[in-house]
Design a binder for this molecule. Structure first.
Ligand code: SAM
Length: 389
């Protein structure tokens, strides 16, 4: 089979451009950004690399085919015409999931079973199977996604979503997804030489993602991926990708990262999560309420996801926290402040319009990312190492 594949890095709404940038930073050139997806052409060795390195993508999928289908017959025949045997070995397990939006073929269960039947027919012939396919081997989750009568057939190379880095052993009430936390850090121009603080750190996600970025540690280094056992990806490609990640990590990069929170239990959880992420005591954790925050250095970054005040009875308290943050930061004009919240009155409470705002979804919650650029921030030094973006 050909060694080249079309891969799709899926992205949460609003993060597509950041995922696209990450894909390019890995060295892939033919990158196309669509709603929720970033397509790129690459050698199969990109499957291990993309899974290991993409910090802000949800999953990496492999495109098996894309075609127009307005009848079940068309869906069946065109699915059967695709080279499934190149990707699914005779023993491979291949459950089919599906979705359909604004399309003639709207019955998802029917689409799934037609796709399943077409793949079974194709594989039986191509693998010369005499009886039924046992499906006792590696898992290949097939997805049929139909949008405006165009079917996209993919295999999920990641397994569990890429936000599952493997370090979260505990969490608070409203933890950020690791992929979004990494995006919040990447949107800033923070460089690890500068102080970094999350004063509402909860279970520590933003600070941990910043540390992984700061030392150029591949976010997927401590987990497994569904495609590790796929027959058409040489084992060497996985070994090379892990080796490359090991060499690119800059464990000597000093970090100046602090996570603090009013809740001491969350500080304990953050410590455990950071330990699990292999960061040891690289991050300083501190139990502290926001009104006691008092930066001692210059040119630092606050990147945070405070409470939004959406719950009954907490609004006033939360609004006071935003005011406190604004009052404190007024005396530190060299600091850059980045706050994600759904509270539309944030800028007023903080006391200043943001330099820049960006709409982002935190799960299903519509939020804004308020960005205040510090006055004396030096230009970000360019790093010769790794793939940091
Ligand atoms: C939305 S959560 C942050 C979640 C975090 N990003 C994570 O991934 O786990 C907001 C955090 O603010 C903390 N908090 C609430 N009031 C605070 C205050 N006055 N000062 C500091 N932290 C506070 C809460 O304990 C909670 O952990």
């Amino acid at each position: 089979m050909s060694q080249n594949v079309t891969l799709i890095a899926t992205a949460a709404m609003g993060l597509e451009a950041i995922v696209g940038k990450e894909v390019k930073a890995l060295g892939y050139e033919d990158v196309q950004v669509e709603n929720g997806r970033v397509f790129f052409e690459a050698d199969v060795s990109a499957i291990p690399r993309a899974n290991l390195w993409l910090r802000t993508a949800d999953r990496v999928k492999l495109q098996v085919g894309r075609f127009k289908a307005t009848s079940f017959d068309q869906l069946f025949e065109q699915t059967k015409a695709l080279p499934w045997e190149d990707f699914i070995a005779e023993e491979g397990e291949f459950p089919v999931v599906g979705k359909s939006v604004k399309s003639k073929l709207y019955s998802v269960p029917d689409c799934q079973s037609i796709v399943k039947k077409a793949i079974v027919e194709r594989l039986k012939v191509k693998h010369g199977a005499t009886s039924w396919l046992k499906e006792t081997g590696a898992l290949h989750r097939v997805e049929v996604a139909i949008h405006k009568d165009e079917a996209l057939l993919t295999l999920d190379t990641s397994g569990s979503g890429l936000h599952k880095r493997g370090y979260r052993v505990g969490q608070g009430e409203a933890p950020l997804k690791e992929t979004l936390a990494a995006a919040l850090v990447q949107i800033t121009n923070w460089h690890p030489d500068h102080p970094f603080v999350d004063p509402f750190c909860g279970s520590g996600t933003i600070a941990i993602e910043a540390a992984l970025i700061g030392q150029n540690i591949a976010p997927g280094f401590n987990r497994e991926f569904a495609s590790e056992d796929w027959h058409f990806i040489p084992q060497q490609a996985w070994e090379d990708a892990f080796q490359e990640a090991e060499e690119a990590a800059n464990y000597d990069q000093p970090l100046n990262i602090v996570g603090s929170d009013i809740d001491p239990e969350l500080i304990d959880i953050s410590k455990k999560n950071a330990m699990e992420a292999g960061l040891g005591d690289l991050i300083s954790w501190k139990q502290m309420q926001i009104s006691d925050f008092n930066p001692k250095q210059d040119n630092g970054y606050v990147v945070s996801n405070p409470p939004y005040g959406e719950r009954m009875g907490e609004r006033e308290e939360v609004e006071q926290m935003y005011r406190d943050l604004g009052t404190i930061m007024r005396d530190h004009p060299s600091w850059s402040i980045y706050v994600l919240t759904s509270h539309e009155g944030f800028e007023k409470l903080y006391g200043k319009p943001a330099t820049k705002r960006r709409k982002l979804f935190n799960g299903f919650i519509k939020t804004d990312y308020y960005q205040y650029f510090g006055k004396h921030v030096k230009a970000k030094p360019t790093s010769g190492k790794g793939f940091s973006v």
